[in-house]
Design a protein around this ligand. Structure first.
Ligand code: CA
Length: 237
């Protein structure tokens, strides 16, 4: 389930948006200003942020710039919400690295469509869509991990953490993820869990993928972290 942080100081709008998002199956948390937003992001890196431009104190724009300048939040997807509709404002918002931009008032339908579009591009593991790399397929709806080998569909038995880990890796193939990034995105906590925990679960994941003949899909990148490699013939396809 995708975690969405709504940063909005007008309670009526914040609650309405939260209601619509929860109804659509998102896990929502709220922040009324930049400081509260920072606390929420520190506590748990969301999959996406809806960020109001005009906030009391530090503006949404300034907060966005700060996020883009920080290692941990550099890739945090966010959609800017604003009452402004000037082209120069839109350009300023996109220049901070906003993934999209919505002018108030917006319809719930449009908001949801744009959120899904950003997540599909930036955090597909947050959506309930099947992912597949090198014939290895994970379906978040049925919670099955399968691979066709010859005429047989082989199924892997994964624990809940290994399942989430594989889901994240399959959604972002070829990229190297540090242990700290994996703790953030898979465990939802980069502070209180030891990085060695990642190694333990990668080992279990490889063991579980052994019977499907793809234990070597998850590569160790020395000094950097882990990567799910796309097999050569898959990349050519
Ligand atoms: Ca506002």
């Amino acid at each position: 389930m995708a975690r969405v942080l709504v940063v909005e100081d007008e309670p009526a709008i914040a609650e309405l948006v939260a209601l619509q998002l929860r109804h659509a199956g998102f896990d929502v948390c709220l922040a009324a200003d930049a400081e509260a937003a920072r606390v929420e992001v520190d506590r748990m890196l969301p999959d996406l942020v809806l960020l109001d431009w005009m906030l009391p104190g530090e503006s949404g724009l300034a907060l966005a710039r700060r996020w883009r300048g920080d290692e941990r939040t550099r890739a945090l997807p966010f959609i800017m919400l604003t009452a402004r509709a000037q082209e120069a404002d839109k350009v300023a918002a996109l220049d901070t690295g906003a993934d999209d931009y919505l002018t108030k008032p917006f319809s719930p339908k449009e908001l949801l469509a744009r959120i899904r579009a950003v997540l599909r591009r930036r955090a597909p593991e947050a959506l309930d869509v099947a992912v597949e790399v090198g014939g290895l397929r994970l379906d978040p709806v049925t919670r099955r991990v399968t691979r066709r080998v010859g005429a047989a569909d082989l199924e892997a038995k994964l624990g809940p953490t290994e399942f989430r880990l594989l889901h994240f890796l399959l959604a972002h193939p070829e990229r190297v993820h540090s242990r700290s990034q994996l703790l953030d995105r898979v465990w939802g906590d980069h502070v209180f869990i030891e990085e060695r925990t990642v190694d333990v679960h990668v080992k279990r994941l490889r063991e579980a993928l052994g019977p499907l003949h793809c234990a070597d899909l998850v590569e160790t990148v020395r000094g950097a972290g882990y990567r799910l490699a796309r097999p050569a013939r898959d990349a050519a396809a």
